[in-house]
Design a protein around this ligand. Structure first.
Ligand SMILES: Nc1ncnc2c1ncn2[C@@H]1O[C@H](COP(=O)(O)OP(=O)(O)OP(=O)(O)O)[C@@H](O)[C@H]1O
Ligand SMILES: [Mg+2]
Length: 252
């Protein structure tokens, strides 16, 4: 059974950035193969990884509602389509969910898709899900269980309490969540004492263990500006070191 790690958090807090750093970590530690899932309707994990995406699960769902090519069962057709939509890289594959169906669509197409995704998932050691700000998408993915939910927050008390509420939204989704952690991103470096105290206080109040703090990083901004993959960030970059220390701690 693969280990599933999913991101959550308010818009723009760093879910995609953390996903890319975590993917880099898993690849370098040989914790492969990894299936990276971009579950954001406005997919952009591929950009941080320097990849071009040709098809999405949303597009496949539309296609399988139509006629099958002659001589092919729906299962075979869908399996073929899903493999075409996978971006295959060394140590990992990327799958983009794309645009979701309308709310509450449990049509046959969705069920076929979920079944095929289940079979696909068995091929991986880790499944990494970059999520959008809302959590609804996660419920559509038919994940049996999220082993680690990383809730990303900005470094403010308000942000951390919002993150807590987001963590609560997972409850009614009937998703089994193993461990939840708060990760505070884009903090000033060094973290001023007063801020550290605020973070500690808010995290205690939120009742979520703090995975760690990642500083605001020019390396990330420069890498993005130069259009270079986050996977190519130098390992001595402070942001990479900080992130790896966090992943070591929580995945140990
Ligand atoms: N630690 C950091 N230091 C500097 N810039 C950062 C840091 N983390 C994220 N950013 C920048 O902030 C922006 C938003 O980050 P990111 O896309 O990872 O957030 P997100 O939570 O995935 O957003 P969305 O909700 O839109 O999907 C990006 O331009 C990213 O480069
Ligand atoms: Mg994102």
């Amino acid at each position: 059974m693969p280990i599933t790690i999913a991101m959550a958090g308010k818009g723009g807090t760093g879910k995609t950035t953390t996903s890319a750093l975590l993917l880099k970590y898993l690849l370098e530690r040989g914790m492969t193969p990894v299936l990276a899932v971009d579950a954001d309707a406005n997919a952009n994990l591929n950009e941080l990884l320097g990849l071009t995406v040709c098809s999405t699960l949303g597009a496949i769902r539309k296609e399988i509602k139509g006629d099958m090519p002659p001589g092919m069962s729906r299962d075979q057709y869908m399996e073929m389509k899903i493999h075409q939509a996978l971006v295959e890289e060394t140590g990992y594959d990327l799958m983009v969910m794309g645009q979701p169906d309308g709310p509450g669509c449990y049509c046959a197409a969705n069920q076929y898709l979920a079944m095929t995704m289940d079979r696909l998932a068995e091929n991986y050691r880790y499944i990494l899900v970059d999520n959008e700000a809302g959590m609804e998408h996660l419920s559509r993915m038919n994940l049996r269980k999220i082993d680690y939910l990383l809730i990303i927050s900005d470094p403010s008390s308000r942000g951390i309490l919002t993150a807590r509420r987001i963590a609560d939204i997972t409850e009614p989704l009937q998703l089994e969540v193993g461990k939840r952690f708060m990760l505070v991103n884009r903090a000033p470096d060094p973290v001023p004492q007063a801020l550290q105290e605020k973070i500690d206080h808010a995290v205690t109040e939120a009742g979520l263990p703090l995975a760690g703090i990642i500083s605001a990083s020019n390396d990330l901004i420069n890498q993005e500006l130069q259009g270079r993959s986050y996977l190519q960030l130098p390992s001595d970059s402070p942001v990479v070191r900080q992130a790896y220390a966090i992943f070591d701690r929580i995945l140990a």
